[in-house]
Design a protein around this ligand. Structure first.
Ligand code: ATP
Ligand code: MG
Length: 137
């Protein structure tokens, strides 16, 4: 079993499609082992996405991620990291495959509805950024 970290981003929470994303997660065979709704401060968003701090879109990305509440999730499944990236679809919804969350629900390359850890190292940073051990059941 493997765990990965996911976020339902502000664009999805604003549009009331949290339930649609959760239904796709459950239909995909993931067990939700942690879930909380939080409003990130700008500094917390910057800390979460620090790997992108030199990228031109970093400022806009942190503004977006802190503009409204998000749902933070820990998902468990065999091959969870790669499988969740597959269910999310490509970063730009325009390039995402049919049936993926970003294709079905994404708005733009920035407002792309969901986040997912891209490696075991990322998951090891991101899960404890949001959850303590007692919250993962
Ligand atoms: P995430 O890390 O959110 O799961 P990702 O791994 O598919 O997405 P990254 O390259 O890590 O993509 O980019 C992080 C986030 O930054 C993207 O999900 C998107 O919200 C935003 N982003 C990425 N590229 C661009 C861009 N060219 N213009 C605007 N925003 C972007
Ligand atoms: Mg990424």
């Amino acid at each position: 079993m493997e765990r990965t970290f996911a976020i339902i981003k502000p664009d999805a929470v604003e549009r009331n499609v949290t339930g649609k994303v959760l239904a796709m997660i459950e239909a995909g065979g993931f067990k939700i082992v942690g879930m909380k709704k939080i409003l990130l401060s700008r500094a917390q968003a910057e800390g979460f996405y620090y790997v992108h701090k030199e990228r031109p879109f970093f400022g806009d990305l942190c503004t977006f991620m802190s503009r409204g509440p998000v749902i933070a999730l820990v998902l468990e499944k065999e091959n969870a990291i790669a499988d969740w990236r597959g269910l999310m679809g490509a970063t730009n919804p325009a390039n995402a495959e049919a049936g993926t969350i970003r294709k079905e629900l994404g708005v733009s390359i920035e407002e792309n509805t969901v986040h997912g850890s891209d490696s075991p190292e990322s998951a090891s940073y991101e899960i404890p950024y949001f959850f303590n051990q007692l919250e993962l059941v």
